[in-house]
Design a protein around this ligand. Structure first.
Ligand code: PEP
Length: 253
């Protein structure tokens, strides 16, 4: 089963200065004018930490929601130079947070750290976008399902508030490469992920599972028929208002 609302979440990574807010302002204006479809989707953008406060304030009563890209694995305050906790992120107005992006996993984030990030973020009432995904070697060795199942089960627990968790399936071989999975494979994988989630959370709910990896204004048309996919995590293309708007337009038209 699929959800009615589709998410389009932009991950700016290490991009953006204060004046880049004009990109989001244009996207916000587009959504406002898109009377035919704008009730069908939710837009979230995750700028770097340096912009969270000013952007969250600017978009407080507007359509776009603002999120963070990562956090430290301990909460509150501490003697951790350069670290930013979920409490600090929430305090400046962010509503969402990405946890477990492959960029951060490759820089040393372990499952135990990710569990703690998810738990602390949920405790601070942030909505968590939890990223999972196999690398090329896993895929070639038919290990994709095993890897995804472990990534989910090692971090998510039944006690977590699943209403505030969104899963982003991002095959590592697809991120920034222009390669996207075959439609059939993607459908099977999405259904598999939802099955694992239902087994963990044992509730009657609809898990929200996004796809991420090289999504752009052209290939988005190929995802239209895959109704099981509840939206997209978009990297490179989210840094341009035109590219981001094209993705939304071409998904619905
Ligand atoms: C990402 O880094 O989360 C991502 C999906 O990047 P891209 O869209 O550029 O592949």
């Amino acid at each position: 089963m699929a959800n009615n609302i589709k998410y389009f979440i932009g991950n700016w990574k290490m991009f953006g200065v204060p004046k880049s807010i004009s990109i989001l302002d244009k996207i916000n204006k587009f959504i406002k004018s898109d009377k035919k479809f704008n009730k069908k989707y939710k837009i979230v953008v995750t700028p770097p930490h340096t912009l969270l406060q000013s952007y969250s304030k600017f978009f407080l009563k507007k359509i776009i929601s603002i999120g963070a890209q990562n956090c430290y694995h301990k909460d509150n305050y501490g003697a951790n130079t350069g670290a930013i906790s979920p409490l600090m992120i929430k305090s400046v107005g962010a509503q969402y947070i990405i946890v477990g992006h492959s960029d951060n996993r490759s820089e040393g984030d372990t499952d135990a750290m990710l569990k703690s990030k998810v738990e602390n973020s949920l405790n601070n009432k942030l909505k968590v976008v939890f990223c999972i995904g196999e690398n090329k070697e896993h895929k070639l060795n038919n290990k994709t399902f095993e890897v995804l199942e472990n990534q989910i089960k090692n971090v998510l627990e039944e006690k977590f508030n699943f209403n505030n968790i969104i899963i982003a399936y991002e095959p590592i071989w697809s991120i920034g490469t222009g390669q996207i999975p075959e439609a059939d494979d993607l459908l099977k994988t999405t259904i598999f992920i939802k099955k694992i989630l239902k087994n963990i959370f044992k509730k009657k709910y609809l898990p929200v599972v996004l796809y991420g990896g090289s999504v752009d204004g052209k290939n988005i048309k190929r995802f239209k028929k895959l109704n099981e996919i509840d939206g997209f995590l978009i990297g490179g293309a989210s840094k341009s208002d035109k590219n981001f708007i094209d993705i939304i337009k071409n998904y619905y038209r």
